[in-house]
Design a protein around this ligand. Sequence first.
Ligand SMILES: O=C(O)CCC(=O)C(=O)O
Length: 273
Amino acid sequence: MTALNRPTQSDLEALGDQFARDGYVIARRLFGPEDLETIRSEFGKLHQAGGQPGYFEPVPAEESGGDPLKEFPRIMHPHRFNDVGRRYLLDERVRDCLTAILGNPPYAVQSMFYFKPPGSRGQALHQDNFYLLAEPGTCVAAWTAVDDCDTGNGALHVVPGSQDAAIICPETADNKESFTTHFVPVPDGLKAIPVEMKAGDTLFFNGSLIHGSGPNRSKTRFRRSFICHYVTHETEKLHQGYFPVLRFDGSQVALTPNESGGPCGEEWKEVKA
Ligand SMILES: O=C(O)CCC(=O)C(=O)O
């Protein structure tokens, strides 16, 4: 696609076609240098300010025991306490892409900011709707690269062909490679591929697509990303850890809490996506 910040109608159609076929698609350069500067600077300031209790609680390097993710943990739900987080969760460009992809504007339910500093672990392969429990319908991620991402600094990987898979009950991840505990094995005949992205690109993918990332093995490069989750407009039930549910105009939508544990029953314990 040719988009520079504002996708054209033909860009949107191409995104929709590719998403329908593959369950994922990249909108290249959806965010421009000014957006990136705003995002980097705002989340950098939040980190310097020492965190936000309940959302992210960094510890000083000397108390981190050598784990870079203790010094730079991911920020959960910045849109709940920060205007920049909320603005980019509800961004019009993202809304337009998602509407083209899904046919209707979805509802916004989660934002996260990952610093992923050099030397940090990744996040083992998983499927997002295992956690969100959006029903009927599914969730969709908008994963925006805030730094250029490649296999050296822990790019996201996706498993093409898994986009229509049922939710698979996770196994236990290798805690030397992953900071999360769940791991979904790659189904026979499929394989995980890296998604190389430039800062400002946004990857959209559905809630069944198996995805995750390896460690950031670079010595100097962070792999920052702004990650949002949405649920399709037909969703009636959702895990209540993702409430409040927002329309793109910021108004709230009342959905029913889904506490079923999904198809994996006991495996499903807490919100970790
Ligand atoms: O960015 C990553 O390394 C993993 C993020 C992810 O898998 C997610 O947000 O569901």
